[in-house]
Each structure stands twice: as structure tokens, then as C-alpha cells.
Design a protein around this ligand. Structure first.
Ligand code: ADP
Length: 319
């Protein structure tokens, strides 16, 4: 292996830059030529590729987003699109590719590996929705961003003695709501993984008010339902007018936490190590605090285990 490529694909996540930096620097350290591919698979098909050197990844470890930019690309889902990509990779002499993204991007990487390109995936998504790894790059930063927002919303909620509904991202995965909910001392945490009764929440709100609680924070994971619908239901059932904050894209930005930078640095270097060993169609992850790698197909077929114990704890601590 002489030349490798790196791209970011799907939704961006804080820490992607730290991962790019690690791939480039570990590659150059091992005498590889490293090519940066812009705009994910779309840029690959269009040949938007440039050689990376040590300084091209200088001063980026602390930056959110991705210097390589990211995109979604329907064409890459077709055989024709992937063959175009293969052609481009051959023209640039790239025989190994590191793909930083989520499950969709990994599917693409796996299919590319069938065409003879060695591919390694690094999990970059704030959602933490990949079953094979305990953490994805960007998740910890997103949780801390939500935590910061909870603190600020709590101040104003307390002053006005209000109920707050905070809707957070995560698609079908409730981890951002769960982790930020526990760390932020939310009174109710509503997740797609656990059914809940609206009447129970209303009861808790009324009991809280009766014992003089000044605020009540309801964390709502986006995959659970709509915050404004919930607000309406609460109003109808209790007469209490809750305030809604939908945090949205602020959760995807910002400077990555130390945890995400370290995770990204380790994973980037590991991906290069795997390519040097001739491995392909594998993803890097972290399980029980140990860096690991696994076949992409196997990783994507695993069912996510929801942390029920942690969920129960949020309930116990918010009685
Ligand atoms: P994420 O990687 O964050 O899950 P997407 O699901 O949008 O994001 O996937 C990112 C890109 O990966 C898509 O735009 C497409 O180019 C590629 N991709 C997704 N699914 C497949 C698939 N089944 N086969 C080939 N390429 C795919």
C-alpha cells in the first residue's frame, strides 16, 4: 500500500477534523501518500481530491465540522456511481480508503471494498446510534452542548417557575437525551427506546408544583415525538403551559471535547494501522474502553443495546 485516501460522509460531527488529522499524520509517519477527498462520495465521483501534507491538517484538532466537507450522494448508491468512484481511485493510485461517517457511509465503504479497494470505517456521528461501538466521534461533544443549554434554560425556567421541554437530536437513538438528561438532572427523559405514559408525566408535573419545585425539565429525544405536540397535550391535560426549545443544529457544531479529540486521534491512527496490515471492509470502534475493529457487515447487523440501567437511574434520581 502506497497511497490512501480519507473522506467524511453523511452528517458532520465535532471531532471529524481530529480524525482526519490522525489519518493524515499517521499515514505520513508510515511513509504513505495521503489524499484528501472532498464532499464525501460525491467528491470522490467528481475527482475532488488533493494531496494532504503535515501542515494541511495543522490547527484543526480543535475545530468543529470537517475541513474536507461532507455530502450525501445518491449516485454512489448505484453500481454506475461506484464504478465511476473506482475509476477515480485508480487514476489517483489510491488503494486504501478511510471513510469517516455513519452507517450509510459504512454501507458504501463495504460495497466499495467488493470492487477491490481496501476500506476502513471510522464512526463519526453525534447520534451514537451504531451498535458495535460504545461511542461515536461527536457524541460526547453533542451531550456537553446540550448540557450547557440545559443549564441556561434551567436559569430562566427557575426564574419564571416554568416547565421546559427540550428537544434534542439523535434520530431513532435516544442516547443524547439519556446522557444529557442524567447529567443535567432532567425531571423527565423521553426516549424512542422506552414507552411512556403522558399521564405519568402530567402527574409528576403537578406533584412537583405542589411541593414547590421551581422548574421541571423534560428531555425529549427527536425520535420520540414532536415537542410542540407534547406541549399541547400537557396544556390540555393540566392547564400548564410548558415552554419548548428545539436545540437543532447547535448540537452538531462547536469545538470537540477532549474525549472526542482523543477518540478521533486513536481511531484515525488505528484505521491507518489496519490498512497497513492489508485489512479491508472493517470498522474501528471502542468497546469497554478498548479500541477494536470488526467486519463492516457484522458491525451493521448488530442490534443496539439500550442502556436500560441508566434510564432507570434517571427515573430514580428525579423522583
Ligand atoms: P450516515 O453515514 O451519517 O449514516 P447517510 O445514510 O446519508 O449518512 O449516508 C451517507 C452517504 O453514504 C450517502 O449519501 C450515500 O452516498 C452513501 N450510502 C448510504 N447508504 C448506502 C448504500 N446502501 N450503498 C451505497 N452507498 C450508500
Amino acid at each position: 500500500m502506497q497511497t490512501i485516501g480519507v473522506l467524511t460522509s453523511g452528517g458532520d460531527a465535532p471531532g471529524m477534523n481530529a480524525a482526519i488529522r490522525a489519518v493524515v499524520r499517521a499515514g505520513i509517519y508510515n511513509n504513505l501518500k495521503v489524499m484528501g477527498i472532498e464532499r464525501g462520495y460525491a467528491g470522490l465521483i467528481n475527482g475532488e481530491i488533493k494531496e494532504m501534507d503535515l501542515s494541511s491538517v495543522g490547527d484543526i484538532i480543535h475545530k468543529g465540522g470537517t475541513i474536507l466537507k461532507t455530502a450525501r450522494c445518491e449516485e454512489f448508491k448505484t453500481d454506475t456511481g461506484r464504478n465511476k468512484a473506482l475509476n477515480v481511485l485508480n487514476v489517483f493510485g489510491i488503494d486504501g480508503l478511510v471513510v469517516i461517517g455513519g452507517d450509510g457511509s459504512f454501507n458504501g465503504a463495504q460495497k466499495l471494498s467488493h470492487l477491490g479497494i481496501k476500506t476502513i470505517g471510522i464512526p463519526g456521528t453525534i447520534d451514537n446510534d451504531l451498535a458495535y461501538t460504545d461511542y461515536t466521534i461527536g457524541f460526547d461533544t453533542a451531550v456537553n452542548t446540550v448540557l450547557d443549554a440545559i443549564g441556561k434554560i434551567r436559569d430562566t425556567s427557575t426564574s419564571h417557575e416554568r416547565i421546559s421541554i427540550i428537544e434534542v437530536m439523535g434520530r431513532h437513538c435516544g442516547d443524547i437525551a439519556l446522557y444529557a438528561g442524567l447529567a443535567g438532572g432532567a425531571e423527565s427523559v423521553l426516549l424512542p427506546e422506552e414507552a411512556f405514559e403522558i399521564d405519568d408525566i402530567c402527574k409528576k408535573l403537578i406533584q412537583g408544583k405542589a411541593r414547590g419545585k421551581l422548574h421541571h425539565i423534560i428531555m425529549l429525544a427527536e425520535g420520540t415525538g414532536n415537542a410542540f405536540e407534547l406541549q399541547k397535550e400537557i396544556l390540555e391535560k393540566t392547564g400548564i403551559d410548558a415552554r419548548v426549545t428545539v436545540l437543532g443544529y447547535i448540537q452538531r457544531g462547536g469545538t470537540p471535547t477532549a474525549f472526542d479529540r482523543i477518540l478521533a486521534s486513536k481511531m484515525g491512527a488505528k484505521a491507518v494501522e489496519l490498512l497497513l496490515k492489508g485489512k479491508s471492509s472493517r470498522v474501528v470502534g471502542i468497546k469497554n474502553n478498548q479500541l477494536m475493529d470488526m467486519d463492516i457487515y457484522e458491525a451493521l447487523s448488530q442490534n443496539r443495546e439500550f442502556d436500560k440501567e441508566m434510564y432507570t437511574l434517571t427515573k430514580i434520581l428525579s423522583i
